[in-house]
Design a protein around this ligand. Sequence first.
Ligand code: ADP
Length: 274
Amino acid sequence: EEQAQQLEGQRDDLERVNAAVELKARELEQASQYKSDFLANMSHELRTPLNSSLILAKLLADNPNDNLTAEQVKFAQTIQSSGNDLLNLINDILDLSKIEAGHVEVVPEEMRVERLANTLRNLFQPIAQEKSLEFAIEIDPDAPAFIVTDPKRIEQVLKNLLSNAFKFTEKGKVSLAIRPLGDGQVTFSVSDTGIGIAEEHQRSVFEAFQQADGTISRKFGGTGLGLSISRELVRLLAGTIHLQSQQGAGSTFSVTLPEEYDPMRVLSRRAPES
Ligand code: ADP
């Protein structure tokens, strides 16, 4: 009898603890949702006035009536480029908060790998030319011709990685290699012969607002959000992203995706990557 009562008491205690934990979890989830919603709304509200300022700054910078001095045109150009930096930052914050709030939907479709390669070639060849860098896209003959994924998202990720590769490389080569990994997976590797990332920064570059080196990033600009966004998008595509780099020698970012997107394989946020 006494033992039964004791057990009963323990069960009540456990239930109370359980209820408290559940309540706390719900509160935390809600707080996180408020934060993401706030960021999304705020970013949206900031964009509208900024866009009109940018249009006007462009009008001034173009100086169609030739009635501004050279110095005034320069000021207008500075307003334009600072405004564009701010717009990029706002867009990145908006992107990341949308992902965090679970507002980014994956729309899988059959995508021709060659087509993605062509889009990226057209986008980045001019940048390669401008910086006198070699740019190669290598598609392994055994790579699948089609994969099922969200083409817009994988394109966004690879654009991010290639932009970084060109940004941090002054001589040599940037390449994109597309290879089958077996096991129904395909890898997109973006390699460069640029400044590389020191071992101790290799983890943190994927965190929001982190840049490998303050002095370098000031020189190169950027928001420090591109890789966090890329990592989150890759996760949503049920893939993984890895970095191999050697300071002074270059970096390779590899994105591995399933050949066929499967929503069941999307890991939740912050889960350790395999
Ligand atoms: P951003 O490029 O806007 O600063 P990212 O999140 O894309 O933000 O990158 C974070 C940091 O990682 C960069 O500031 C840079 O220090 C480092 N990084 C990213 N890609 C490369 C690369 N290909 N080579 C060297 N450093 C890189």
